[in-house]
Structure formats: structure tokens, C-alpha cells
Design a protein around this ligand. Structure first.
Ligand code: ATP
Ligand code: MG
Length: 416
């Protein structure tokens, strides 16, 4: 049997880099006052059809939805922002000091064609600031994602930036764009043609040369922003300039979620190849209202954990230190087994990283194993009153009572 297509096991060898990402995120986001939140792996399907947008690729073809047997349609979460807005409303977080700043790390699910950097269950790290409307919040989130990517050694990053304005400007623009696309019908790909009415902006995302040529001449939303939206965008850019963060304006930037207003951004990395998007986000000032709440501004980002790790530097990570490996001189001696087993347990209770030699290795191969797992000491138990303690750094060996062994190891522990 194999894991389902597009899913994968996270084996022990990969845990270190993931733990490192989590630790760095906690540090970087925590320092800016963001606190971790976890929402369920599945939600009511309606949350996403209303939140993400019925016309988006995600809702149209990428959701794992199922009937829970009680006539309710549930969906494995394809993204994190709508669930967090749901939680914000459900827990009355508008009563907390605003903005409410949250971050998350968890797995998400999309029925996509699996390939390198694209999976059906994947992980995202994200952050949201809900309740603040000013451009500083947009710029802060962009800087935080940039810092996180830097801290993980993600190379060759490029930041693209756009503004989507407000839904009113956007719908006027949409009509204009639809008319333009209709005037160029035979140059467009069949897929784009089929979706003109549903989501004309997606045409900017197309990869076929015909559509791309048409889109190069298409009207751009960025040229038609309202005065307020243009002002907001100009301030975001000034803040990024002042922080020394390079970016490119990209009027064709489209993201697969409908809820964005104003600022939109995406980091990509040329270390990634075809799936070059590492993470992105934007402002979603109408989302909470759309989900039935009071009008509340928000902005956030989400980045793909696998893509961060793929694009990140191969950072050497030291193996967890092991203080003590407990082995036996004679495995057939029941009393020694009890003594040694208890010793390993006691050592862990005392705060040491201690392992009992479970595999029944000979003394010689137990020492080899100790080397391999980078153990500081090996205890060889002879009987309840006699043990040898070998210092793996110096090679020295001393004889002592098992009861005194833990104190000795504690003094030499690498953990302290
Ligand atoms: P793409 O254009 O690559 O499909 P997206 O626009 O759908 O990305 P978002 O919904 O903005 O991506 O999600 C944020 C990040 O999550 C992406 O930049 C990417 O790093 C990661 N991501 C999205 N979908 C997947 C997936 N199926 N497998 C792995 N990572 C993913
Ligand atoms: Mg996608």
C-alpha cells in the first residue's frame, strides 16, 4: 500500500528543518506580537464558497468536499484565511485590542495535479492582522514574510506587488476587460475563453503564448484605482522603499482567491522552477462582512512550507544531542536488564536525553551505535552494583555504581 497520490510522509530525518521553520516563525512573528492559532482541518463547505469565492479555481476544482453522513457538506480546508476570519467572529475577537495578530502552521488540502512543490496535502505557514486598515499593516506583513524567507535561507526571491482597488472599481474594470477579451476571442486559449464570464482576471495567469500576447495589451486595473486606493498603495510602496525592500510592480498579478482588496503581493524564488510561488497574500477588507460579520479590515500572507524548504538553503542541522546510551554487558542476566532499563528511565526523569539499547547489540556494536547517534556517554551495566561509564569524547572509562551514574552524566551533559 502507498500513501494517496499527492501526499507524502514527513519522516524523522525531515523533522529538524520543519522544527527550525516553526521556531524561526515563532521568533519572527512572535516578536511582532503575532500569536499562534489553530483551526480545524475541515469546515463547512459554505465558508469557502462564500469566503474564497465561488468562481475561483480553488472552489471550482480543488476542494475535497464530502457529505458527513448527516446531510452537511464539509470541506478539508484549502486555505487558512477564511477559517481564521470565522474564528475571529465566532470568538468575538473584535472585543480584543485591535488589530488581532495571528499566525498559523498546518496542513491544507487541494485536489491538484501533483508535481514537485505541488501536493494534495501540503503545509502552509501564514499570518493575519485583522482590524487595522492602514498601509503600515500591509507593509509589516510583507516585511515579516520577507524576514521569514531570509531566515530559512530561501534564495533568489523576487517580490511582486499590485493593488486590486475596491470591488466597485474592480467590477467596472472587469466589464472593460471582458469586452477586451471578447474582441480577441480567437487568439485566446480554450480554457480562458470558457472562463471569460466567470473570472476574466484569471486570463493574466494563463501560460499559452496566444493569451499572453493578448494580455500584454489588456487594460490594467492598476491604472484605474480610486484616489483613496491609489493613496493607500502609494504609502505601502513608500514604507517598503524606506525599509529597503526591493519589489516590482506587477499589474498582472492575480491570486487564486476572490477576497482580496487593495494590496496584493507574492514572493517567488527562481530556486523553484515551475512552481515558483513561495508565498503571498494581501488585504481582504470585505471578507468578514462577506462571511456575515461587521465590516472589518484585514491583511495576511500564506507561504508554502514545502516550497520554503525546497528553496531554502541546505542548512546543516546538528543532530539532537544524546547524553547517555545505556547498554548491557550480559543481556541474559535478568537483574542487569532491570537495572539498566530503570537507569535509562531515571536518567530521562532527571532531564537527560537518554536511550536504552533496545536492539540487543553486542557491546562493540553498541559503542559504534553510540558514535552514530552522537552520544556523549555510554553506560555498560554489569550488575546492579557495577557499571562502566565511557566518555565518548575522551574515550576514558570509569567504573562506578549505577546509582551514581546519573549525577556524573549530568555534570558532563551537553544539554546543560
Ligand atoms: P500556485 O499559483 O502555485 O497554485 P496559489 O496562488 O494557489 O499558488 P496560495 O493559495 O496563495 O497559492 O497559497 C500560498 C502558498 O501556498 C503558495 O505560494 C505556495 O507556496 C503554497 N501552495 C499553494 N498550493 C500548494 C500545493 N498544492 N502544494 C504545495 N504548496 C502549495
Ligand atoms: Mg494554486
Amino acid at each position: 500500500m502507498q500513501a494517496p497520490k499527492g501526499t507524502y510522509d514527513v519522516l524523522p530525518a525531515e523533522q529538524e528543518r520543519r522544527a527550525l521553520l516553526e521556531a524561526r516563525a515563532r521568533k519572527i512573528l512572535g516578536a511582532a506580537g503575532y500569536r499562534r492559532i489553530e483551526t480545524p482541518a475541515f469546515e463547512a463547505t459554505e465558508l469557502f464558497s462564500r469566503g474564497v469565492g465561488a468562481a475561483t479555481d480553488i472552489v471550482q476544482k480543488e476542494m475535497y468536499s464530502f457529505d458527513d453522513g448527516g446531510g452537511r457538506s464539509l470541506t478539508l480546508r484549502p486555505e487558512g484565511t477564511a477559517p481564521i476570519c470565522r474564528a475571529y467572529m465566532e470568538h468575538g475577537m473584535h472585543k480584543l485590542p485591535q488589530p488581532v495578530k495571528l499566525w498559523y502552521l498546518g496542513s491544507f488540502f487541494r485536489a491538484e495535479q501533483p508535481q514537485r512543490g505541488r501536493y494534495r496535502q501540503f503545509w502552509q505557514i501564514g499570518a493575519e492582522a485583522i482590524g487595522a486598515a492602514g498601509p503600515e499593516t500591509d507593509a509589516e506583513l510583507i516585511l515579516l514574510l520577507g524576514s521569514l524567507l531570509d531566515a530559512m535561507g530561501v534564495k533568489g526571491t523576487r517580490l511582486r506587488l499590485a493593488s486590486l482597488g475596491n470591488p466597485e472599481t474592480r467590477s467596472a474594470y472587469r466589464e472593460q476587460l471582458t469586452a477586451y477579451l471578447r474582441a480577441h476571442l480567437d487568439e485566446l486559449s480554450a480554457e480562458v475563453r470558457a472562463r471569460i464570464e466567470l473570472n476574466p482576471m484569471r486570463a493574466f495567469d494563463a501560460s499559452d503564448p496566444g493569451t499572453r500576447a493578448v494580455m500584454a495589451g489588456a487594460p490594467k486595473l492598476l491604472d484605474q484605482l480610486s484616489a483613496d486606493d491609489a493613496e493607500h498603495f502609494a504609502l505601502v510602496r513608500e514604507l517598503l522603499d524606506a525599509a529597503g525592500v526591493p519589489y516590482e510592480l506587477d499589474p498582472t498579478l492575480v491570486r487564486g482567491l476572490d477576497y482580496y482588496t487593495r494590496t496584493l503581493f507574492e514572493f517567488s524564488s527562481d530556486a523553484l522552477g515551475a512552481q515558483s510561488g513561495v508565498g503571498g497574500g494581501g488585504r481582504y477588507d470585505r471578507l468578514i462582512e462577506q462571511l456575515g460579520g461587521q465590516p472589518t479590515p484585514g491583511v495576511g500572507f500564506a507561504a508554502g512550507v514545502e516550497r520554503i524548504l525546497l528553496a531554502g538553503a541546505e542548512q546543516p542541522i546538528a543532530p539532537e544531542p544524546v547524553d547517555l546510551l545505556v547498554a548491557l554487558a550480559d543481556r541474559d542476566d535478568r537483574v542487569s536488564v532491570l537495572t539498566a532499563f530503570d537507569l535509562a528511565h531515571e536518567a530521562r526523569q532527571a532531564g537527560l536525553a537518554a536511550q536504552y539499547e533496545l536492539y540487543g547489540r553486542s557491546l562493540k556494536s553498541a559503542l559504534k551505535h553510540a558514535d552514530r547517534i552522537n552520544a556523549r556517554y555510554v553506560a555498560i551495566v554489569n550488575d546492579p552494583l557495577h557499571a562502566s561509564l565511557r566518555d565518548m569524547d575522551s574515550g576514558e572509562q570509569q567504573e562506578l555504581e549505577p546509582s551514581r551514574l546519573i549525577a556524573t552524566v549530568l555534570r558532563g551533559s551537553r544539554l546543560s
